[in-house]
Every structure is written in C-alpha cells, then in structure tokens.
Design a protein around this ligand. Sequence first.
Ligand code: GMT
Length: 374
Amino acid sequence: MNIGIVCYPTYGGSGVLATELGMALSHKGYNVHFITSHQPVRLDFLNPNLHFHEVFMEDYPLFHYQPYELALSSKLVEVVEKYELDLLHVHYAIPHAYAAYMAKQMLEQKGISIPIITTLHGTDITLVGSHPVYKTAVEFSINNSDVVTAVSESLRSDTLRLFNIYNKIEVIYNFIDFEMQKDWNDDDCIRETLAKSEEKIIAHVSNFRPVKRIEDVIKIFNKIQSKISAKLLMVGDGPEREKAERLAKKLGIKEKILFLGKSDEVRKILCFTDLFLLPSETESFGLAALEAMAARTPVISSNTGGLPEVNLDGKTGFLSDVGDVNEMAKNAIYILEEENRLNEFKDKALAFSKNFTIEKILPQYEELYDFVTN
Ligand code: GMT
C-alpha cells in the first residue's frame, strides 16, 4: 500500500508521532511518502520504503503571507498521481486537512479517488482551530475527511464541544516505539556530566510556548531545590525561554538549571532523569510525558485535557490544577525524598507506558487504512 503522510516536520509532538508512524509502517513493508515543508527531524532515510517530497514555496512581493495551502495541495495532487498513493494521512488539521480536501477535489476531476484520514492532535482544535478566524474551514475539513481520529478521549470531546461535527471521531492514542529506544546503549546514559551523584535530575521538554507554562516549571523547581539537592534540565527552545532564564536568575537558581536547547537526544537525557515536569495550560495528550514514562520517569503534570489518560494520579506521578505550583512542588518532593518510593513511581510509570506501545497502536491505524481503501 502507498501511503502519503502530511505533518509539521518540526519538534512538536504531532510531527514526531507522524514521523515515527511513517517509519514503523515502512518497516512493515508499506511505501510511505512524506509530503512536508522540510525533512522531518527524526526520519531515517536509509530505508528504501521511505520517500520525502518537499513542498516548495514561491515568494512574490505581493504576498504578505505565502499561500502554503496552495503549494501543499498542488504537491499532493502531483505525488498522489505520480506515486499512485492509496490514501493520505494528514496530521494536525490546520491547514493539512483543508489542503488534502482541495487535492481530493482536484484529483476527482482527473478520475482519481483518494481517501483522507485526518488525525487531530490538540492545538489544531483547542487553541488555534476553534478561533473564529479558522473555525469554519477547520470544521469543514473535519466533516469532509473520510476518517477522523483524535489522540485522546479528551480531544475527541473537545472537538465535539467546540465544532458542529457530524463525522465520527475515533480515538487512537499516541504511542512509543520501544524498539527505537534501543538505538543507544546504557553506556550512553551518562548523568555525571550534568549533575553530581547526590543531585536528583528533573527535566522538562517542550517547544517553550506560552501553553507550556515554562515559568511554572521554574517555580516548581525552585521549591523542590529548597528541600532536595537537584538540577533542572530544560530541553527545547521557543518564545518563553528568555522569560524563564530571567526568572531563574531572579530566584538565584540559574546555576542549578541547564538550558540545553533543541535536542535530538531526548531519550539519552531521559535515561537519567528522576522526575519530569509538565504543568501545561492545555495538553491534548502529552506525548512528552509518555516519552518520559517510557524512560521510567514519573511525571508531575497539570490535570488538563488528555493528561489524566496518560499520567495516573498517585501512581505514575501526580496531577494538579493548572497553575497550582505549590501542590506540584509538594508532590514532587514527596516522590523524590524517599528512594524506595521514587523507584516505585518509576516502575509504575514504565509499566503504564507499555499500554501505549507501537505494537498496540499501529494495527488500529492499519485497520483504518484497510477500511478506507476497500
Ligand atoms: O504541544 C505542542 O506544542 C505541540 C503539539 C503538536 O501539534 O505538535 O502537540 C500536540 O500534539 C501532541 C501529539 O499528539 C500531543 O501530545 C500534545 O499534547 C498536543 N499539544 C497540546 O495539546 C498543547
């Protein structure tokens, strides 16, 4: 089967998920064609079943904004025709579902029928998609996809609450490819370069956007380090980084925090992390939390969106109301202060993450692919 995947090839969770899905499908013998603006960050190109088609943009002085949807839909028509794709699987509704719908219409005029599967990831619904400037087109694209999936029950109900949807939405959870985690060995797990042996290592990974509440991460850590010797690793980059660095300086804890920037080596960092912080304003799923748990790291998170479906309160970590940094710090200290308790939380985090293995999730997508192509 020839599958076209459209996603944002960036460091966001939807791009990571789409890339890993494409790679796993290619290992199973599917021909996977990525149609994206840049090469996806985690893509393995030594695989003959994987193909990348770049969406080129043509600038013109008249354009205030470049018409990406137009370039993407034209490219989709070209790739579907040339490589005889059987379906398009688009990740993140804006503008991918809309561009795919336009491509489908253009192809229909050529006598080619191409089914579209749209996977909703979160902010395409909650933060951006439901905004009045996009809502009509997003609602239209969801209703006109052949199949729609959401990455959590919470995102499914948000979509039904925020839009007038008459299409069915299936929940297919995000996953972890544990096999890919074996790409490095235990010798690569070197904690000494980053922290002293008596220090606990706490980490946060994100794109540092306002929705991640980066300042809360610093505030929680400030309270933790006043009771427990610890280091904080801030992985990623984005608009809130400067604010966070300023706050760390103001609180006098700058030397206990390492801002590592964007990294392709998140797994190596998580292997020696004791606790993960994710106090987001909203999170449809929280792939970063699941990646932490898969590396045996408990999670202190907010209780928003799909996070309670991933992080179990009192078992794999703790959940608190958004902004309740006092409770989050209290729970973090409770986990960290006792070695046996910390290990119990670590074991439960790893055990629960195994509910989201690629082996369990991939067949659910394959079933949809069979459904739309038969
Ligand atoms: O969270 C981000 O900033 C990135 C964003 C994306 O679309 O790449 O993440 C969303 O999709 C992830 C993968 O499905 C989910 O794990 C994240 O929870 C979701 N982010 C939000 O809902 C804020």
